[in-house]
Design a binder for this molecule. Sequence first.
Ligand code: PLP
Length: 508
Amino acid sequence: MDSQDFREAAATAIDDIASYYDNLDDRNVVSTVEPGYLRKLLPSEAPVEGEAWTDIHKDIEGKILPGITHWQHPGFHAFFPCATSFPSILGELYSAALSGACFNWICSPAVTELETIVLDWLAKILGLPECYLSTGPTRGGGVIQGSASEAVLTAMVAARDKYLRETVPLEQFPEGSEAREDAIAHKRSKMVALATTATHSSTKKASIILGVRFHTIAVHADTGYSLTGPVLAKTLAELRARGLEPFFMTATMGTTDTCAVDDFAGIVSTLKSDPVHPAGTPGELWVHIDAAYAGSALVLPSVREQVSISLIENFHSFDMNMHKWLLTNFDASCLFVRDRNWFIQALTINQAVYGNKASEGGLVTDYREWQIPLGRRFRSLKIWFVLRNYGVKGLQSYISRTLKLGEEFADSLKSRPDLFEILTGPNFALTVFRVAGKEQGKSDEELNALTKAVCEKINASGRMWVTSTVLDGRFAIRMVTSVSTTEKEHVDRAWKILVEAAEEIVKA
Ligand code: PLP
């Protein structure tokens, strides 16, 4: 393909993409193909001779789109959304054209510098405390990671390194000595990372990858599935009584099941008065805030107040996925740290081949020292395009609109107490509910079966897709209204499908 062929092929591709969006609502939300469908349609070997774009192009509609579940469909109410927008797609296009493995500043200064600038913009748009800015008092800053899972792993590596540095004293165990190796190995066997039963599984996965212990704190409906200060204090005391050393905890803004927010004020107060390693002293607990989905709502000042976001100046790292709810396509997980040295000390390994004058001069950021992989894509471009094209006001009005849709859907549920019971929400455009019937004496088992049947029936309509969860043994449907193409008419349609299904199943 030469540049002229590319011009023509790209024009057809862009035209396809625009039409795909124009007609998205005509498609089924979820793919209906059978497992292994594609193997039957494709040859078993790659072509020996190159094929023309026209041949490749027709297989998009004929072979690939049938196997696509449409995450941008207005009837997609499942999981959390996976956002995108036209300016973001354009950013991806340029990024692919300028492809490089931009791990050091000199590998493309614009890639590094734009990332630092747009993440400072984003930190300000979200109202994060100044310490998370690259220009802040503690030399913090942001870095784009591939996913929230990668972000929590990066934070946990840095936390482990910081804890060992602070609790295995160099005076007693000199650098390079065998005594130090032994002391570190012993301590590592006692270190434990914490999360709650509502925390996303990525924290447990990070602990498995790092080979550290993992402890889950149970949270229930009585606290709205959020972690409180007293529960944390009790957990720390119990773990220490067993000889363990808590070093890391994920607290969440917007848990996956219900969008609960952990009690930041309670956590801060517990950690400040911690009897063993009070906050701000060597060995303090590293607190990572996972705001993968709900963090986007911080564009609204009212949400910042509601969750007391200013308190995260007491914590260590904060991560949110623009690719969930802020109009930027996968991958754009924005990880902020209060002191960039925590990453750099843990993740810098020098190899002669990567040496260069700029890095050695110490005047530049080399993002390879803030992440697990070496190479990195030009991801800041799409964020830059989105922030410029929507502006702060555009982002705020989009988030407000989707929150309002969530509230309206919850109001509809409340208007039919004979059919539905809300278990949580609406929180950040997510409402979790089940079929009503407790007052008529139905057991949880009966309600679970009815709710599951309703869930399956509405999904079978092809017009909408919801996913489910189980809260304290209660099967529940999660309804999310934050996909950018979803309008009031689509939520009204979903409501109608839901009522019809529930009436039929409950009466049967
Ligand atoms: N944290 C929360 C609260 C989530 O809901 C999710 C996924 O939905 C994740 C982390 C993991 O996200 P990622 O796919 O970016 O690793």
